[in-house]
Design a protein. Structure first.
Length: 396
């Protein structure tokens, strides 16, 4: 027997001869799994908690059927669950391309954008998802919370507060909610993770007061937190404003003094001017409120609260047409504000525009009702799980 024949027989015996059997005939090949089989195996792996295995199987199924939308959805949600937003985002984008009205996919992609710090894209996506409607209460809540954070970061704390009020009214005082309220009260255009370590306690104190203020009950707990804030951080921007805003319903004179202190350090502090205008309006002194509101609106022409304060003062002075114009501008800037719709209904009624008054009143009722609708009790910082979304289908 020559040497080459010995080597060949040895390879066959060891099972290494390229799939040839001892008889020299090819070994039967195992048939390749179909995309349907791969999808079933992926679903089983996901159900068993083997997410990486499931991801690999779904991707192999997609290699055979690239247009399988539910496959891209499964890959996207798995990547989201694995905290890989940079990879999940493009997969959600493929789902959105096929289903542009899918509010859930839009919301989850926006949350991926938030995690990858594409904040402008994230806010645009969160707004779009809200307009489309998000069928998952868990994802809807997390999306709303992140929208509030981004609105505040972008310099619109009043719009952020309107969203955060919903959390406070439902009794949610999770640490992330308190931090978000603190950023609002101090009007700090930052995200929680951007707050320096030496300012975190300051933010928490302000947040505790903001939380109680949003609930509509000025408790001693909230006031004490803000008094401690002013005592410990007297020179902090907006600290005196935060205390003044909190005590204004029960102690308007004390509040006016806090606002004056804020204005002494920051003469163009329009939020303090707005609060002072509101107090004067509530006292029935619209003539004193008007110049304060006008100055605030001049300093902050695109702030809805400025248009609200100015509109209220004008309405109380009998300047109804001007009041309607200001309130309409405010409502255009903040269509989700029930306060603006309520004031607008009053102004339309005073102007003899009954049909528009009723429409504004109904919108006020809708917005107020939506804010108070119950939802599942879970923390707003919880990571929405892709496994909580509808079951993925198999490729057809």
């Amino acid at each position: 027997m020559n040497a080459s024949r010995v080597i060949a027989l040895t390879l066959v015996a060891a099972g290494l001869a390229g799939g040839a059997s001892a008889a020299g005939t090819p070994a039967p090949r195992k048939p390749a799994r179909t995309s349907e089989q791969l999808a079933r195996e992926a679903e089983a792996a996901r159900g068993a908690g083997r997410l990486e295995d499931a991801l690999d199987l779904y991707r192999r199924a997609l290699a055979r059927k690239p247009g399988w939308v539910e496959g891209h959805w499964s890959v996207a949600t798995l990547l989201y669950d694995l905290d890989r937003p940079a990879e999940a985002g493009p997969e959600f984008a493929k789902v959105i391309a096929a289903r542009p009205a899918d509010g859930l996919a839009v919301a989850l992609k926006a949350l991926c954008d938030y995690k990858t710090k594409d904040y402008d894209e994230a806010l645009a996506g969160l707004r779009k998802a809200h307009a489309l409607g998000v069928p998952s209460p868990e994802v809807d809540r997390v999306a709303a919370f992140h929208a509030a954070l981004l609105l505040n970061r972008g310099g619109n704390p009043d719009a952020a507060f309107e969203i955060l009020k919903g959390f406070a009214e439902k009794g949610r005082d999770d640490p992330p909610v308190i931090e978000a309220f603190g950023l609002f009260m101090l009007r700090m255009p930052r995200l929680p993770e951007e707050v320096p370590a030496d300012q975190r306690e300051m933010v928490r104190l302000a947040g505790r007061g903001g939380y109680h203020m949003a609930r509509g009950r000025r408790t001693a707990v909230g006031r004490l937190a803000l008094e401690e804030l002013v005592s410990r951080y007297p020179a902090a921007p907006n600290a005196h404003y935060a205390l003044g805003a909190y005590i204004s319903p029960d102690d308007p004179e004390g509040a006016m003094e806090e606002f004056r202190r804020e204005l002494r350090s920051t003469p163009d502090h329009y939020p303090s001017l707005l609060q002072m205008a509101l107090i004067e309006t509530q006292r029935g002194r619209a003539a004193e409120a008007l110049p304060l509101a006008e100055q605030a609106a001049k300093l902050a022409p695109d702030v809805p609260a400025a248009r609200l304060a100015l509109g209220r003062a004008l309405l109380d002075l009998g300047q109804t047409d001007q009041a309607v114009q200001e309130l309409e501008r405010g409502a255009a800037l903040a269509p989700e504000s029930p306060d603006l719709q309520f004031a607008l209904a009053r102004a339309y009624q005073r102007a003899g525009r009954a049909e528009e008054a009723e429409r504004a009143r109904q919108e006020f009722l809708r917005l107020n009702r939506a804010r108070r609708e119950p939802d599942p009790a879970a923390s707003p910082d919880a990571k929405p799980s892709g496994t909580g979304t509808p079951e993925p289908g198999r490729p057809s």
